[in-house]
Write a protein that binds this ligand. Structure first.
Ligand code: ADP
Length: 253
């Protein structure tokens, strides 16, 4: 879980079941997604999700750097998740730390399960995720932005990857935790889903849940991922359904 900034523990759930920002337990924060804002990248997307602001850019398939990582039978995917120094309350030390390396790794693995890498041997597909403002759930927002950017770059994939974090807040299972809920709640469980196959390609958990709660959390997270997926498809349609625009090869039918 993220840093605990405040000293006093806020009341996370009101008597009438409302959360700290007025949401119900199964409600997502507001989300906007824009596909293709960066003209120099092969594909890009900007996602504002609650108070998170995340940009993703995709380059490739292109030459592999460093060359010794090259694979003769398929493309490699190289994801780099980075949190800007100004993205959090207290300035974060710039550069890659253990947390961002771990997140980069799990996001790479999620995409390896959907991208048709064997179509582009000896190349690299480079995915940059820049968190400009953070408020919990940034790895999920990063995954969603990167997924849209991959589709925008025309990278062939079995499906888009959707993601959301679920957790346990004041004893209840809740969808899409914000910072205070992540910090002071009992559990945080980010997950990523390939909706058409129903496959989970990322699950991590910090905190405690019993088996029933875990089952409930996975159900709620799956529902949340499907809602996000619809929004992702809408965002792609908003760019590619404009008359005269070509469909990106990466978008599933
Ligand atoms: P995620 O952003 O995927 O939920 P974490 O659970 O590790 O990942 O972090 C939760 C939140 O804690 C982040 O979104 C961010 O708001 C905050 N956070 C994470 N790392 C730092 C840091 N080094 N300094 C300040 N805040 C941080």
């Amino acid at each position: 879980m993220g840093n605990v900034g405040a000293k006093e523990i806020p009341q996370l759930l009101s008597a009438d079941g409302r959360r700290i920002d007025g949401r119900r337990l199964d409600e997502l924060r507001s989300i906007t997604m824009k596909v293709g804002p960066l003209t120099r990248a092969d594909g890009s997307a900007f996602v504002e999700w609650g108070e998170n602001k995340v940009m993703a850019a995709v380059y490739g398939p292109r030459e592999v750097h460093p060359r010794h990582l090259m694979q003769t039978s398929k493309a490699i995917i190289q994801c780099r998740y980075n949190m800007a120094a100004f993205s959090v309350d207290e300035r974060k030390r710039p550069g890659q730390d253990r947390r961002s390396q771990e997140i980069s790794k799990v996001i790479t693995e999620a995409f390896e399960s959907v991208v048709f890498t064997e179509e582009f041997p000896k190349t690299s597909i480079d995915v940059y995720i820049e968190v400009l403002q953070a408020n919990a759930g940034t790895r999920c927002a990063g995954l969603v932005a990167a997924s849209l950017a991959l589709a925008d770059a025309g990278i062939p994939m079995a499906d888009l990857v959707s993601a959301v974090a679920v957790g346990k807040v004041a004893g209840r299972i809740a969808l899409d935790l914000k910072k205070e809920e992540d910090n002071f709640g009992e559990a945080d469980l980010p997950m990523a889903l390939v909706p058409q196959s129903g496959r989970l390609v990322l699950i991590q958990m910090e905190g405690h849940m019993n088996r029933d709660e875990l089952r409930q959390a996975l159900d709620l997270g799956t529902k949340g991922c499907r809602e996000i997926y619809e929004r992702m498809r809408e965002a792609l349609r908003a760019k590619y359904d404009t008359p005269g625009r070509a469909e990106p090869a990466g978008v599933p039918a």
